[in-house]
Design a binder for this molecule. Structure first.
Ligand code: ADP
Ligand code: MG
Length: 617
């Protein structure tokens, strides 16, 4: 029988009880779970003493297995064994290069589905299975039920990828205390939240990816100023260089699959040994009986991979540039990811920044440890003071305005959570509805941006063009999810939408969109100027035509012809003319109507005065 706990409103039910909360690093290759125990963060082990759980799930006919055993079976059962689900989560099938993947993809439209012997599995399902496994490990280890978890995601994850990660947690029965950016978690693990001030760089080189982030800390606030990276550069590439070197040295051409897999895994082991040893020997016997024995020195390995090391510095430069800081502004560099153990990586980063990086924590665990520390605070076990965590939007968010132009509401690299509002008006007389088209990107024209969502605000009272006031508010919450609302100010009618775009963007796409915007800046400006001039032309033509219909009798034939001539001239410029041509014709039409406008004004005043007592005026 259970006793109900009764607590005063606003007070925690059991103030002395430690509330169990964990941090989870849901990784591409490996996942970890950590918790604060007796005041310090520790990664929790499985029964064999492993902390890292390979992020691999194998679906059996009666159940599933997660982790090392599933990884081991991948070769034998590739279609039912899913790895690297993180590369697929929150994304659309058409954005994925499926050619090299062994799965049978379902045809559920754009939703990614992998057909296994247990039916169709989405990347969310696979991630949920990994999370459930870690939750069970944690509950067994800590001896109780979790109140929640902080789950880390790459800083460049967009709304769809974040939402999908949350959905996976919900499926696993985990209460998400919040999603936390991986670099921010690493900074927390290094204790930078305790009063550190200034700009820090997080350099995360894992198995297959490089993520660089610039963080700014001030008065206990964290802000991710910029992110950059390469989703196809990591420890695997170093293995591959060594593998090619071994082929060359031993004059091997075509290896069968088993031999090449074997040699690749020996290359990886040799690479890891060269981190602590000056030299190592790769020895094996191939399936045709030939034996290999090659000595590799650390110096040789470093020469072989020098270019790869240099390639990791490019995203670092770009991240600094985007954040608007220089090398000299960097107070500290945090090393994350197993590949940062390599001495020449340490050296290259140290040389570039002119300082020794922070590297005394285990680079595989640092993200999970930071997440656990944050979870402990959010669960209410530690008083955090006014500690807040802030991230940034990777691309600008805005909406489509008349003429197909993109108006940015929240510029890229804005610290989140954030909310911005801007007022818009109707373009046509009597317009009662307005379509709000939410877009993402840096380009001036909507056609060059990414469309996120569309919704319509109805019930605007009919008014003349430009009289309605519609306030559009963009809000991005702490997890990076966007909601947009529009409200007409006189009646209060309102419409809103939560943006959960159906597919995500990877860092390469983001980089490409940014590059495009820089490359096309001049053209875009011209296109914007022209589109603006067109809107102006359309609006003045409509106004003058309407006025001629109403009060044309005020003008003689010549005057009318003059104005109509100017309208015709303006119309003839719309198709081919430049922004300047159009503006000149607009100005000319404006001048031609000066006299007409004065006459109309007099008539209006006369009408107003007619029949009225002078005292009332
Ligand atoms: P991910 O973030 O992609 O899950 P990790 O941070 O776990 O990856 O890093 C895995 C990579 O780190 C692998 O390429 C592995 O070979 C490499 N690695 C691990 N230990 C060492 C070491 N001692 N020396 C060099 N590389 C290492
Ligand atoms: Mg990692």
């Amino acid at each position: 029988m259970a006793l109900l706990q009764i607590a005063e409103p606003g007070k925690s039910a059991a103030p002395h009880q430690h509330r169990l909360a964990v941090g989870i690093d849901l990784g591409t290759t490996n996942s970890l779970v950590a918790a604060v125990k007796s005041g310090s963060a520790t990664c929790l082990q499985d029964e064999q003493g492993n902390t890292a759980l390979p992020s691999v799930v194998r679906y059996l006919s009666d159940g599933l297995i997660v982790g090392g055993e599933a990884l081991g079976a991948q070769k034998a059962d590739p279609q039912n064994t899913v790895s690297s689900a993180k590369r697929l989560i929150g994304r659309k099938l058409e954005d994925i290069d499926t050619a090299h993947l062994p799965y049978r993809f379902g045809n559920g439209g754009n939703i990614i589905e992998i057909n296994t012997r247990q039916g169709a599995k989405t990347p969310i399902d696979v991630s949920a299975d990994i999370l459930r496994h870690l939750k069970e490990r944690a509950e067994a280890n800590l001896g109780g039920t979790l109140v929640g978890a902080v789950i880390t995601v790459p800083a460049y994850f967009d709304e769809a990828q974040r939402q999908a990660t949350k959905d996976a947690a919900r499926l696993a029965g985990i209460n998400v205390l919040r999603l936390l950016n991986e670099p921010t978690a690493a900074a927390i693990a290094y204790g930078l939240d305790n009063g550190a001030e200034g700009t820090f760089v997080v350099y995360d080189l894992g198995g297959g990816t490089l993520d660089v982030s610039v963080l700014e800390l001030s008065k206990g606030l964290f802000a991710v100023k910029s992110t950059n990276g390469n989703s196809a550069l990591g420890g695997d590439d170093f293995d591959h260089r060594l593998f090619c070197h071994l082929l060359e040295q031993n004059k091997l051409s075509a290896l069968n699959e088993q031999d090449s897999r074997n040699l690749l895994s020996l290359s990886r082991r040799a690479k890891e040994q060269l981190t602590d040893h000056e030299q190592t020997t790769v020895e094996t016997t191939l399936s045709d009986g030939r034996s290999i024995s090659t000595v590799i020195t650390r110096q040789e390995f470093q020469n072989l991979t020098r270019q790869l090391v240099q390639k990791t510095i490019e995203p670092v430069k770009q991240a600094l540039k985007d954040a608007g800081v220089s090398k000299a502004d960097i107070k500290g560099v945090i090393m994350v990811g197993g590949s940062t153990r390599m001495p020449h990586i340490q050296q290259a980063v140290a040389t570039y920044f002119g300082q020794t990086p922070l590297n005394n924590l285990n680079p595989d665990q640092v993200v999970a440890l930071g997440a656990a520390m944050q979870a402990d605070i959010l669960a209410g076990n530690k008083n955090s003071g006014d500690w807040l965590l802030l991230d940034v939007t990777p691309l600008s968010l805005g909406l489509e305005t008349y003429g197909g132009l993109a108006e940015k509401i929240i510029p890229r690299n804005t610290t989140i959570p954030t909310a911005r509002a801007q007022e818009f008006t109707t373009f046509k007389d009597g317009q009662t509805a307005m379509t709000i088209h939410v877009v993402q990107g840096e380009r001036e024209l909507v056609a060059d941006c990414r469309s996120l969502a569309k919704f319509t605000l109805r019930g605007i009272p009919p008014m003349s063009a430009g009289a309605a006031r519609i306030r559009v508010t963009f809000q991005v919450d702490a997890d990076g999810l966007l909601s947009v609302s529009a409200q007409e100010q006189t009646t209060g009618v309102q419409a809103q939408i939560e943006v959960k775009p159906s597919y995500g963007l990877d860092d390469q796409t983001i980089t490409r969109m940014l590059k495009d915007s820089m490359a096309n800046a001049a053209e875009d400006m011209a296109a914007r100027a022209r589109a603006e001039a067109l809107v102006e032309a359309e609006s003045i033509t409509a106004a003058v035509t309407a006025a001629l219909e109403l009060d044309g009798d005020l003008l003689d034939k010549d005057e009318q012809a003059d104005i109509r001539g100017c309208i015709a001239e303006l119309q003839s410029r719309l198709k081919e003319g430049t922004a300047e041509d159009i503006r000149a014709a607009v100005a000319k039409l404006g001048q031609s109507t000066d006299n007409f406008a004065a006459k109309r004004m007099n008539r209006t005043i006369q009408r107003a005065l007619t029949g009225q007592n002078v005292d009332n005026i």
